[in-house]
Ligand binder design. Structure first.
Ligand SMILES: *Cc1c(COP(=O)(O)O)cnc(C)c1O
Length: 399
């Protein structure tokens, strides 16, 4: 059911996404169930409260939470939940945010969790007027850092689960919750990109946040689940700062349908398909000069692997970042997962491919490597130059 004519009408470059679920590429392939639900609701009126109440039931059933609702995104969910911790059920306080006269306004985050998912986690907290308090150091946050940072101004603690966070020296979630709860502080878990819909609540989280448009394959949306009082206080923010974070009826219905489809999805078959794709890539690339391939498990234990492609410039006559750049500049544009390119490798993520695209990916990589090998001089840019070019390019839109 793919409509390739739209891309032509809008003058869009066809994209093959082997980067993962990326906002800048339109997140993920939305599952047919969600597309159908969105189409069905669009011409209708609904009582939004009723629709969100239904969503709450579905979310509760899947996550084990008491309640939940659908937001515009995970980023807005973080802001709404933090705002709810500031205002509780005071409707006037909701309208006054951001309010710098609040005496209880501190949100604790481990320094190693203060990452960017395209924008800073910290900013989603500060948007509410709350003060984001970094605890510990990037590579080390101990129980005593958390214990001694909680005071009468503390309203919440945010815990981020992501491949972006520092992956060692942090407080494990269950202990983090134990320490926070002993002092009456709720724990908000940002699990935007995680598969497991129950684990974090089971480990003690009071609120957990997921993106609807990542592994779930829903439309752009967020899902909050957790303790009813906190959910209710977050919901009230629709009368305040969350007005500009409004989620439409179509996204709510799409997210609900994606959640329901997640329950019945044949996860085993999906994994098997991805494994076959990874094998194709590994076999097709392993003997190329200056290339090393291996399969790597997901760093936060999601049930998936990626193909790691290491590029040795002395033999390949190109670098991981030049190869990534060349693949992205082609037609179709093949976008690889290249946040580690400076280390000499990138990943191929098999989760967002339409049938047959894996073959094109392999073909394009081989083409670019051959071009680098047969070129007059090596296709090598200084990493520093690439970094500056990207930064400058960001400022030029819409030109
Ligand atoms: C993607 C992501 C976000 C942002 O999610 P959106 O739904 O796109 O706002 C937040 N936190 C983490 C850990 C993420 O991976």
């Amino acid at each position: 059911m793919r409509d390739t004519e739209l891309a032509r009408d809008f003058h869009l470059t066809p994209v093959i996404n082997v980067a993962g679920t990326m906002t800048y590429l339109g997140a993920s392939i939305v599952v047919p169930e969600a597309i159908a639900a969105m189409q069905r609701i669009l011409p209708e009126f609904v009582k939004m409260e009723e629709l969100q109440r239904y969503a709450s039931g579905v979310i509760a059933q899947l996550t084990g939470a008491e309640a939940g609702f659908i937001t515009a995104s995970s980023a807005s969910a973080i802001s709404m939940v933090v705002a709810g911790c500031l205002t509780k059920d005071n409707l006037l306080a909701v309208e006054k945010l951001p309010d710098d006269s609040l005496t209880r306004n501190e949100v604790l985050v481990q320094a190693g969790h203060l990452v960017s998912y395209g924008a800073p986690v910290e900013q989603a907290i500060r948007l509410t007027g709350a003060k984001c308090v970094s605890i510990g150091q990037a590579t080390q946050c101990a129980p005593y850092h958390l214990e001694n940072s909680i005071n009468e101004r503390t309203v919440a603690a945010v815990y981020v689960v992501s491949h972006h966070v520092v992956d060692h020296g942090q407080i494990p979630l269950s202990l983090f919750c134990q320490i926070a709860h002993a002092r009456g502080v709720p724990v908000i878990v940002d699990a935007a990109s995680e598969y497991d819909l129950q684990r974090f609540l089971r480990e003690g989280a009071d609120i957990v946040i997921y993106s609807g448009h990542k592994f779930l394959g829903g439309p752009t949306s967020g899902i909050v689940a957790g303790r009813k009082s906190l959910i209710r206080h977050a919901w009230l923010q629709n009368r305040g700062i969350a007005r500009g974070m409004k989620v439409g009826k179509e996204s709510i219905c799409g997210a609900i349908a994606a959640l329901q489809a997640w329950q019945t999805r044949d996860h085993h078959a999906v994994r098997e398909r991805e494994t076959n794709i990874l094998r194709l890539w590994a076999e097709g690339l392993q003997d190329l000069p200056g290339i090393h391939v291996s399969l790597e498990a997901d760093p936060t234990d999601n049930p998936l692997e990626r193909c790691k492609v290491t590029v040795y410039p002395d033999r390949a006559r190109t670098t991981a970042w030049d190869l990534s750049q060349a693949l992205g500049a082609g037609t179709p544009s093949v976008i690889v997962r290249d946040h580690m390119a400076e280390k000499g490798y990138f990943y191929l993520d098999p989760c967002n491919l339409h049938h047959g695209q894996e073959v094109t990916v392999l073909k394009r990589i081989i083409e670019e490597l051959n071009a680098a090998l047969s070129g007059d001089k090596p296709a090598i840019t200084r990493f520093e130059d690439r970094l500056m070019q990207r930064q400058q390019a960001a400022l030029l839109w819409p030109d």
